[in-house]
Design a protein around this ligand. Structure first.
Ligand code: HEM
Ligand SMILES: *[C@@H]1O[C@H](CO)[C@@H](O)[C@H](O)[C@H]1NC(C)=O
Ligand SMILES: *[C@@H]1O[C@H](CO)[C@@H](O)[C@H](O)[C@H]1NC(C)=O
Length: 498
């Protein structure tokens, strides 16, 4: 009996794949779009599931295999997937034809999973209104007011570095800095050093994957319907503590006269304006403490790891490139000497070469290795005249585009001059996307840049970096989206300043 069911199931699955295959290959092959079948016809799904390569490296193989085409069709198990190559189509799905691609395709149960009810996971009117109301919280004026927190965070971090044993796990050390800095930016500075914040422990635990959390994410991925039906909460373990903390902070802010300019403070301003309302659609949301907590939570899930990855690879590439390292040190030292140790927000903004170094590090090693959009209404991509059906997942292979010699000659070479104004002008648009593109682009980009840069400026004032991996080809660890290295490292060495 069991065997009978098993055989039927297998026949059914392969039959389904076969039919789907015909549908997909027919519509797409007519337009000259190659189809990547992968193992057992399951696209790259099987390869990713059973192999040890990160997803973006599988995309990269597919991207390189097919030369001059606007896109490659494939699937992840049964889901049709389109991998884009052409920048104009990338423009179309991220901005031009946004209505058909307004979602990323990740699922959460926002009604019960309170912390997941944030801009990163929301969709439709709810996303639009919330993003609209929170965008003004990330202007340069707001960030300038917040700078004192980043300055303090960077100094506390350098103080900590002087006290501990360095170079045991530098990625972990940088994540600790990013968690602490984000905690301070969201909840304010509550302890003598931000590194002593009681929230730090929680922040670190939240993002250490456990068997249970992996299982939940896997189910969210495998079957949206089942995941919704079971009302699974991805972030339930942290919900009470996180919301409780935020409620206390918000209450304290309501009673206090002092403006602290951190995110909690800004949430109070949003709440003061009463119900959030979209004038066009009439859609309304009550800005409750819970909703504010969920937005605060996106700083942690969307912000901490990619910032740490960006710092890690910037330092690693500096260690590998002594000439560039020297120029960065000179630039930073000049600022410190002029300002007698007191680096202001304006000083940070004036440090230009380091910007280019960070940009180039995020080209070579984009912390978020690809972008995702889900098609929600049938449409046609302009270049190649490619029909895309509702339900299809469209991927923008950030890593591969960042390494396409058409846009970046000698892509393996680390060269910050790719980001001079002149060089940027000469490149086609939509070929650089560490923070994504279009309407759903990273909301925290400016915040992240300032935090990463301020951290690096203070660290590089006191430390230099060295590596034994001068010519090692970087290998990346298997991970769904984020990019982490397997086989390379660098060490901090204290500088002798007089
Ligand atoms: C170096 C650090 C960071 C990198 C590389 C990064 C990158 C990204 C990328 C690639 C996306 C997807 C964009 C798309 O689909 O087009 C994204 C979305 C987002 N990021 Fe970041 N991010 C960083 C830091 C942060 C920080 C610190 C915050 C919080 C303050 C943040 C908040 C968000 C939010 C809210 C979204 C979702 C936007 C939406 O769906 O409307 N990010 N980020
Ligand atoms: C930066 O931090 C130092 C040490 O905590 C403080 O003395 C200085 O005033 C801060 N500067 C700014 C611009 O916030
Ligand atoms: C599931 O994960 C695969 C790769 O792991 C990804 O390509 C696909 O878009 C995901 N599907 C959903 C529905 O999230």
């Amino acid at each position: 009996m069991f065997l009978y069911i098993l055989v039927l199931t297998i026949i059914f699955i392969f039959g389904y794949i076969y039919l789907l295959d015909i549908r997909i290959t027919n519509t797409w092959s007519k337009n000259g779009i190659p189809f990547y079948k992968g193992k057992f016809g399951l696209g790259y799904g099987w390869e990713f599931f059973t192999g040890d390569k990160p997803l973006f490296m599988i995309y990269d193989k597919i991207y390189k295999r097919h030369g001059n085409v606007p896109a490659i069709a494939t699937r992840s198990f049964l889901n049709p997937v389109l991998i884009l190559k052409d920048p104009e189509n990338i423009q179309q799905i991220t901005s031009g034809d946004f209505n058909a691609f307004s979602q990323r395709g990740t699922v959460v149960n926002g009604d019960v999973d309170l912390l997941a009810d944030n801009i990163l996971f929301m969709n439709g009117n709810r996303w639009k209104l919330t993003r609209q109301k929170f965008t003004p919280l990330f202007t340069s004026a707001k960030l300038r007011n917040m700078y004192y927190i980043m300055n303090q965070s960077a100094k506390d971090f350098v103080d900590l570095m002087a006290k501990i044993k360095l170079n045991e796990d530098n990625f972990n050390l940088l994540s600790t800095f990013c968690s602490a800095a984000v905690s301070a930016a969201v909840f304010g500075i509550t302890t003598n050093s931000i590194m002593d914040s009681p929230l730090l422990e929680m922040a670190k635990k939240t993002f250490t994957p456990t068997f249970k959390s992996n299982l939940k994410f896997a189910l969210a991925n495998a079957s949206n319907r089942l995941f919704n039906y079971l009302k699974i909460r991805l972030f339930s373990d942290h919900q009470d503590f996180f919301i409780g903390t935020m409620k206390k902070v918000l209450q304290a802010r309501r009673e206090s006269k002092v403006k602290t300019h951190d995110f909690a403070d800004l949430c109070i301003e949003v709440q003061k304006n009463g119900k959030m309302r979209d004038v066009k659609t009439g859609y309304e949301i009550e800005p409750t403490d819970e909703l504010m907590s969920a937005q605060a939570f996106f700083f942690f899930i969307a912000g901490v790891e990619p910032s740490a990855i960006s710092m890690f690879f910037t330092l690693f590439e500096l260690a590998r490139n002594p000439n560039i390292l020297k120029r960065v040190h000179d630039e930073i030292d000049e600022v410190f000497e002029k300002s007698e140790g007191e680096v202001t927000h304006e000083d940070i903004e004036k440090i230009e070469y380091l910007d280019r170094v960070i940009e180039e590090a995020m080209r070579r090693h984009p912390p978020i290795s690809f972008l995702s959009r889900k098609c929600t209404q049938d449409t046609v991509l302009k270049v190649g005249n490619i029909p895309v059906h509702k339900g299809c997942i469209v991927q923008v292979p950030t890593y591969s585009i960042h390494h396409d010699p058409k846009y970046y000659p000698d892509p393996e070479i680390f060269n910050p001059d790719r980001f001079t104004e002149e060089a940027i002008r000469q490149r086609p648009h939509y070929t650089y996307m560490p923070f994504g593109l279009g309407n759903r682009m990273c909301l925290g980009m400016r915040y992240a840049n300032l935090q990463v840069k301020t951290g690096l400026v203070h660290v590089m004032r006191h430390y230099t970096v060295q590596t034994d991996d001068l010519n090692t080809k970087v290998e990346y660890r298997k991970s769904p989206v984020q990019l982490k290295a397997n086989n390379i490292n660098f060490r901090f060495v204290r500088r002798l300043l007089n």
